[in-house]
Design a protein around this ligand. Structure first.
Ligand code: UD1
Length: 379
């Protein structure tokens, strides 16, 4: 089988392509080498190249942008499946680079789907990278009203440093619960809206044209190769880059907000299962670990393991579009596809550190923070 992986040179894509290649798939990598992600970092594809720099047998590397029908059409030639990972990924940045995010993520996916809808092709499976961010706030329970679907927190409430989620019915503080796929989606950033678009567009077009499609809602992915020079990337990479430069990780809110941190190799496991199993077709699945970890704990674990005596700087500021708590209920993917997360955060973070210590980590956090502050998006 020949698999096209859009975004195949990226953080998740490169691990996926290595694993698919090892399992005997032919892999065509399609990537635009986004400078914000790739500049200054070593290639993620080293393991897929021969000593002379050419790709290994069974690997093709195409430079291309998903917004270009011509480039994408060429990339689709003779492929049996498409794994669509290419996207811009910064939640904060998406709140001011609105056109760019919609263009790459929503329009790029539209280009892919229109080609599949209108040209002769050999694609028999489509897996799309969706995101937990489409849920907005995660599941919550109120002691008075039971399970509730909270909306985005109120600005006035947060100005007072009151960070927790409230019950939408009685306004009491609600406690987080595991979020399952039935929770209504309520995206709270442009990035999240584009991820919902990607998910829904792939499922709708897949159904209409008989192309089995699967959407995987990734929770917070971490691991080696998450761009250290990109200040708009995930929090574990940003904190690593800060610590490598002996700077304090800067924590928004009070640091007790939680996320479900899932190691990149577990994401590869989930994609591979979705690709291979017919039971996945037409479905959406959460991909996480089922365990919440606070952002303050991530900063502390990283500093301890990196032997940096640097305490996190708790900002008590709020980043527009951020949710307070979201962790995955992974029962569906466990039962239907046999997914089982294998990497604990305390262990997986060591992979990230071992890799990061070998990199030139340019800390551009202050630049990104200033961009948000200037626009009133972190306050
Ligand atoms: C992340 C990903 C998104 C993905 C989603 C679900 C990024 C930029 N975002 O969104 O692509 O779809 O997970 O997998 O990779 N924080 C700090 N200090 C910082 C940076 C972040 O305190 O320097 C806090 C944020 O305010 C937030 C939490 O850490 O509360 C997580 O932020 P982030 O890593 O950006 O992830 P998500 O917004 O959850």
């Amino acid at each position: 089988m020949k698999i096209l992986v859009t975004g195949g040179a990226g953080f998740v894509g490169s691990f996926l392509c290595e694993s698919l290649h090892k399992s005997g798939y032919e892999v065509r990598i399609f990537d635009n080498y986004e400078p914000q992600v790739h500049s200054g970092s070593q290639s993620n594809l080293g393991a897929l190249l021969q000593p002379n720099g050419l790709p290994l047998k069974g690997i093709e590397i195409l430079y291309g942008d998903t917004r270009s029908p011509t480039q994408l059409d060429a990339a689709l030639k003779d492929v049996d499946a498409v794994i669509h990972l290419a996207a811009q990924v910064g939640v904060g940045q998406s709140m001011y680079e609105i056109h760019r995010y919609v263009d790459h993520n929503t329009v790029g996916t539209a280009v892919l789907l229109e080609l599949l809808a209108s040209r002769k092709h050999s694609v028999k499976k489509l897996v799309v990278a969706s995101s937990m961010s489409i849920y907005g706030e995660g599941g919550a329970r109120c002691s008075n009203c039971g399970d509730v679907t909270p909306t985005l927190r109120d600005g006035g409430q947060m100005k007072l440093g009151d960070w927790e989620v409230r019950c939408p019915i009685c306004n009491r503080t609600a406690s987080p619960t595991a979020t399952n796929e039935l929770k209504p989606v309520l995206p709270t950033s442009i990035y999240a809206i584009t991820k919902r678009d990607q998910e829904e567009m792939c499922l709708v077009v897949g159904r209409a044209y008989d192309i089995p499609a699967v959407a995987l809602r990734f929770f917070n992915i971490y691991g080696p190769r998450q761009s250290l020079g990109n200040p708009y990337t995930g929090v574990a990479a940003i904190f690593s880059s800060r610590l490598l430069n002996n700077h304090a990780p800067v924590v928004f809110e009070d640091g007790n907000q939680t996320r479900d941190f899932v190691h990149v190799t577990d994401i590869v496991q989930a994609i591979t299962l979705a690709l291979a199993k017919d039971e996945a077709n037409g479905q959406v699945f959460n991909v996480g670990t089922g365990r919440p970890t606070s952002i303050k704990d991530v900063a502390t674990i990283l500093a301890r393991k990196m032997r940096r005596d640097v305490a996190p700087r708790i900002e008590n500021k709020f980043r527009e579009g951020d949710v307070r708590h979201c962790y995955a209920d992974i029962d569906k993917i466990r039962r239907h596809l046999g997914y089982k997360p294998a990497v604990e955060l305390e262990v997986g973070i060591e992979d990230l550190i071992a890799w990061a210590e070998d990199q030139q980590a340019e800390d551009r956090f202050e630049h990104a923070a200033a961009e948000l502050a200037k626009r009133g998006l972190a306050r």
